[in-house]
Design a binder for this molecule. Structure first.
Ligand SMILES: Cc1cc2nc3c(=O)[nH]c(=O)nc-3n(C[C@H](O)[C@H](O)[C@H](O)COP(=O)(O)OP(=O)(O)OC[C@H]3O[C@@H](n4cnc5c(N)ncnc54)[C@H](O)[C@@H]3O)c2cc1C
Length: 387
């Protein structure tokens, strides 16, 4: 960190969604920002991502308009049983209105926009730099090509599920008379439930591509899936796991192609005892990894970024940084943990005879009705009044 009244020197490890968003928010306070990314190209996955209102409003604050980069509003949520029976269909644009809508974006485009926002705001991005040791007291990060033991006390464990993911051109589903009505409404998300597995399909990239996430018991694909997001899978595996689904859904799955079909094991993690230590703070998945059942993991990482941007305000003295990072943890931990808990509930298996376990609307208000920039601003003001 720099000397008093000078801008701080902020080092961010990882140019993912959370790291790049943090770079933009912290640059808005005038601090020097260096981002170190272990991969060579800082390349994102070819898959879609929900951008819920709680993240959409924050992205706008750092100059990113998700709609301008092809994210389309989520207009309808339709749920089926695996037999083909329609359980419910909800017009998501009716009822409660959010200042910025729930939109469905493409990860690569979002990541590119975050990179552009951070670097044009003055953050420096270093690629192929893997952090191996961080000294939270000195604020020193070491980089090395070799491995290093770390002091992290998190314990990843299996959630019992794995997931296929893939993209299909929407036209492929629309041009088949058997499947076209599942994709005929712009912005419609379709969820098909079976007791222990489900299929989630939604459009992205101006409604031109359909994104699929197919969550199922991990033992059925154990030979292929690991915690890595990029294991290749085959259509045969996919169709075998979903063999008891109605023929319409199997016809949709049959349109997957080998190039984009991947599988990964959904890992959960015991909560960390602490997210901050002196000059070090964790954010995003490093602090609170998310299962994909609610599409909130990236959004919560962006909320962390906004909180750090508010709390590391311009003119902050280096000796005051540890207190601000403790406050960051105090503000962010309860919300992140609650969202993780909702996400676990959303992913639970159905009981016998139960058509649908989870109504997305149950938790929508808590998830969406939150502006972390405003919340952290208010909490910082209250905190200062106690000093
Ligand atoms: C298939 C899939 C679908 C998802 N869908 C959604 C969704 O719809 N909505 C949503 O909100 N969330 C979604 N998520 C979750 C979301 O992607 C994550 O929660 C989010 O990416 C977390 O951001 P992050 O910056 O913490 O981590 P990441 O985006 O994973 O970024 C971490 C970065 O750090 C780098 N790195 C790691 N170690 C080091 C090191 N030692 N040194 C330097 N760099 C390092 C990595 O290379 C990576 O670039 C999904 C996740 C997956 C896998």
């Amino acid at each position: 960190m720099g000397s008093a009244a000078e801008p701080l020197k902020v080092i961010i490890i990882g140019a993912g969604i959370g790291g790049l968003a943090t770079a933009s928010f912290v640059r808005q306070q005038g601090h020097h920002v260096e981002v170190y990314e272990s991969s060579k190209f800082a390349k994102e996955l070819g898959a879609a991502i929900h951008i819920p209102p709680n993240a959409h409003s924050l992205l706008r604050k750092i100059g990113i308009d998700p709609i301008a980069i092809g994210a389309n509003p989520c207009t309808r949520l339709t749920m089926f049983a695996s037999s083909g029976f329609k359980i419910n269909s909800i017009d998501t644009s009716a009822g409660r209105k959010w200042e910025f809508p729930w939109v469905l974006g493409h990860r690569v485009k979002l990541h590119d926009a975050l990179k552009e926002a951070a670097t044009s705001a003055g953050a420096t991005l270093h690629l192929s730099k893997s952090a191996t040791r961080i000294d939270p007291h000195q604020g020193i990060v070491e980089f090395d090509d070799g491995t290093s033991a770390n002091g992290d006390d998190s314990k990843p464990f299996s959630s019992g599920k794995s997931a296929f993911r893939f993209l299909v051109p929407r036209e492929a589903v629309l041009s088949d008379p058997q499947t076209k009505h599942y994709a005929s409404t712009d912005g419609e998300m379709v969820i098909v439930y079976h007791a222990d597995r489900r299929l989630v399909m939604y459009p992205t990239s101006d409604n031109s591509i359909l994104n699929f996430v197919c969550i199922h018991p991990e033992e059925e694909t154990a030979s292929k899936a690991t915690g890595d997001w990029n294991n290749d899978a085959t259509k045969e595996m996919l169709l075998d796991v979903y063999r008891d689904f109605h023929q319409d859904f199997k016809s949709i799955l049959n349109k997957s192609n080998a190039e984009s079909l991947k599988i990964w094991k959904l890992l959960d993690m015991t909560p960390l005892e602490s997210w901050s230590d002196e000059k070090l703070a964790l954010l995003g998945d490093a602090a609170h990894p998310f299962l994909p059942h609610q599409g909130q993991g990236g959004a919560v990482a962006i909320e962390d970024a906004a909180a750090l941007g508010v709390l590391l305000e311009a003119g902050l003295r280096p000796e005051d940084v540890p207190d601000r990072l403790s406050l960051y943890e105090e503000i962010r931990r309860p919300r992140a943990n609650k969202l993780q808990e909702y996400t676990r509930l959303a992913g639970e298996d159905l009981k016998p005879g139960q058509a649908q376990k989870f109504d997305v609307r149950d938790y929508t208000n808590y998830n969406f009705d939150h502006d972390e920039f405003d919340n952290s601003t208010k909490r910082l003001k209250e905190w200062k009044e106690t000093k």
